[in-house]
Write a protein that binds this ligand. Structure first.
Ligand SMILES: [Zn+2]
Ligand SMILES: [Zn+2]
Length: 364
């Protein structure tokens, strides 16, 4: 049968319409498991662009986040500080508007945000999920935070120990907190962990956040002097789903943890769930008299550093990221299980307090 040119063209057209095209891009994933029936979203809620004092265009921030395995970002340019104003017009909405189409293409959830930037104290505060950033550009600091909260914004205190004059938690912070305008604190900002902020979050039931506050291209993280700073700090949010509504609900409920250097910082409930979801102990694969050999897998993208307080000296056990570790133990019994108690030193449930865990080795 001979097909007409028209029919052939139609077949080609239909084929083109329904064919799928690989975009030619792939990324490594950051392995943090979903826990407690929540999805674990990897987020950075504090990022700057050329629209304030950053050196990067908004779409590049989306590309960087996708490349680094993130799910959610908020571009949070300073409302009151614009050193590039000679070259870039001041427009508080433009960073979001420019980044939004790229975020859709890359499956990055982009949250509208801004940094309320006043002298320290009170300091700097991020307002995310806000709808009208120009309306926050008001003279009085309290009004700015109140208006952000009234817009449905989630407000958190940035880098609380950034300057020596910060002087910690003051009456002004109590006022924001008691008015329910201030809901969270950066326990980590850039390369710095603030134990004091960690303590405040635990005492006052506030949400813990860890963000990059990046101004330069993100590759800068790999060339800093601190060899432990191999990735940007991120906030893990345990949300019902990957939507703006679910994300905000999770933040208001304090369901977060912070990944900073080789540490995980958060409430015991969430760190314990992450440990249990990521670490698997198999039954022994070999036995010789009263000694068994078995494997432990660590499916996290970070090392787990454990310590057992034994008689005399502390016994250390490191489970490297994405690895299987072989262990040998004495085990007289051939049935039941062996329980090994450790403290995970790099899972911080309070400043200087690691997560207690139990490794259960089934003997059969
Ligand atoms: Zn700041
Ligand atoms: Zn900032």
């Amino acid at each position: 049968m001979k097909m007409s040119l028209k029919a052939v063209s139609l077949i080609i057209l239909v084929h083109l319409l329904f064919a799928s095209f690989a975009l030619g891009e792939s990324r490594h994933e950051l392995n943090f498991p979903d826990i407690l029936d929540y999805k674990t979203l990897k987020c950075d809620f504090h990022i700057h662009t050329v629209f304030s004092d950053g050196l990067v265009w908004p779409t590049v921030r989306v590309d960087e986040a996708w490349q680094e395995g993130l799910d959610v970002i908020s571009i949070s340019d300073h409302i009151e500080y614009h050193p590039h104003k000679r070259d870039i017009p001041i427009d508080h909405n433009r960073p979001y508007e420019i980044a939004a189409p790229r975020a859709k293409e890359k499956n990055i959830l982009l949250v509208k945000g801004a940094e309320i930037t006043r002298d320290t104290p009170p300091g700097h505060f991020n307002a995310i999920f806000v709808t009208n950033i120009p309306a926050l550009d008001v003279k009085d600091f309290n009004d700015a935070v109140r208006l952000a909260a009234e817009q449905g914004g989630f407000v958190f205190w940035n880098h609380p120990g950034w300057k020596p004059e910060a002087k910690g938690w003051l009456d002004i912070h109590t006022k924001l907190y008691e008015n329910k305008w201030l809901k969270g604190i950066e326990v980590v900002n850039g390369d710095t962990y603030y134990p004091e902020a960690h303590r405040w979050c635990l005492e006052k039931n506030m949400t813990m956040l860890g963000n990059s506050d990046v101004h330069d291209p993100i590759t800068g993280y790999e060339i800093r002097e601190d060899p432990e700073l191999t990735h940007r700090p991120i906030t893990l949010v345990f949300a019902k789903e990957k939507t703006a509504e679910a994300l905000k609900e999770a933040l208001l409920d304090g369901r977060t943890a912070v990944w900073h250097k080789n540490q995980l910082i958060g409430r015991e409930k969430y760190l314990d769930a992450i440990f249990k979801a990521a670490v698997k102990v198999d039954k022994p694969y070999y036995r010789q008299k009263d000694t068994v050999w078995f494997e432990i897998r660590n499916n996290l993208c970070m090392d787990i550093q454990m310590e057992k307080a034994g008689a005399g000296r502390a016994e250390k056990l490191v489970l490297p990221a994405n690895s299987t570790t072989l262990l040998r133990r004495g085990a007289k019994d051939k049935t039941g299980e062996v329980k090994l108690s450790y403290v995970v030193k790099n899972f911080l449930i309070a400043p200087d307090k690691g997560l207690p865990v139990e490794l259960v080795v089934p003997l059969q």
